[in-house]
Design a protein around this ligand. Structure first.
Ligand code: DGL
Length: 267
């Protein structure tokens, strides 16, 4: 029997537009699902804010999405997952999917036994990352590199500008000097910089993102909870942004690569 809540939307959010890199994989894998995406660009970056601030914003966003009757919540942000996913799981009765730097895949792929993680300061300092490294990388050297300023380049759609390339060089050259052969993109904004990063570090270095595995994990969870939408028509996507700035709207359109209506998220 089809559960009527199966047509309810999946809520997806990020501190900004980085989560669109996860949303595109979800939409590709589960095209009939209805989706609501919230970019909290006005309150970004989360990576430089206190844990309390991040938790408060996550709760505000989750409450808004619950009023829209979402059936599942995807925290499409490594920083928000590190700080708030446990809290959200305690408070919500729907499934909550989080996102973490792909340490396990990085360890599997590395031949030199040295991997790099690019992420926000808050993710790098989080207990979650420490515990991932202890669990999955006991014999691998993990070089964790905070990247202040990099998410802002994506929010500004400066994906291949001189300043962006300089920042990427500053963050990756020390990793290359220590012989990493695999770099984990531990922030959902960075997949939009994939080409620029790859050009700078060279084709031999493997870059790992988490959008696809998260979409597959979401699919498994929807299946387990019997929440998959079995409709054959294409799902609808609602986009929201907490920022009023016209350039943020423009970036969101460009990153999604389609004309979209972006509603204000005023909370
Ligand atoms: N996109 C977010 C992440 O995955 C972080 C950006 C921020 O600092 O707000 O960590």
């Amino acid at each position: 029997m089809i559960n009527s809540s199966n047509t309810n939307a999946i809520g997806v959010f990020d501190s900004g537009m980085g989560g669109l890199s996860v949303l595109r994989e979800i939409h590709q894998l589960l095209p009939s699902e209805n989706l609501i995406y919230i970019a909290d660009s006005k309150h970004a970056p989360y990576g430089d804010r206190s844990a309390q601030h991040v938790q408060h914003r996550c709760q505000q966003i989750a409450n808004f999405l619950l009023k829209k009757k979402i059936k599942t919540l995807v925290v499409a942000c490594n920083t928000a997952t590190a700080e708030a996913v446990d809290l959200l799981r305690k408070q919500l009765t729907i499934p909550v999917v989080g996102l973490e730097p792909a340490i396990k895949s990085g360890v599997k792929m590395s031949k030199t036994g040295v991997i790099g993680v690019l992420a926000t300061q808050r993710t790098i300092e989080s207990k979650r990352l420490t515990s991932l490294v202890i669990r999955h990388a006991p014999h691998t050297k993990v070089l964790a590199q905070p990247c202040p300023g990099l998410m802002e380049k994506v929010e500004a759609n400066h994906l291949d500008c001189y300043d962006t390339r300089q920042l990427i060089k500053q963050y990756t050259v020390p990793l290359l000097e220590q012989h990493v052969d695999t770099i984990i993109l531990g922030c959902t904004h960075y997949p939009f910089l994939n080409n620029t990063i790859q050009t700078i570090v060279g084709r031999d270095i493997k870059l790992i993102e988490t959008g696809k595995p998260v979409a597959r994990q979401l699919q498994r969870i929807l299946h387990q909870w019997q929440l998959l939408n079995s409709s054959v028509s294409l799902g609808h996507i609602d986009f929201y942004n907490s920022s009023y700035l016209p350039q943020h709207k423009q970036t969101m359109q460009q990153l999604w690569d389609k004309e979209i209506e972006i509603k204000p998220f005023l909370i």
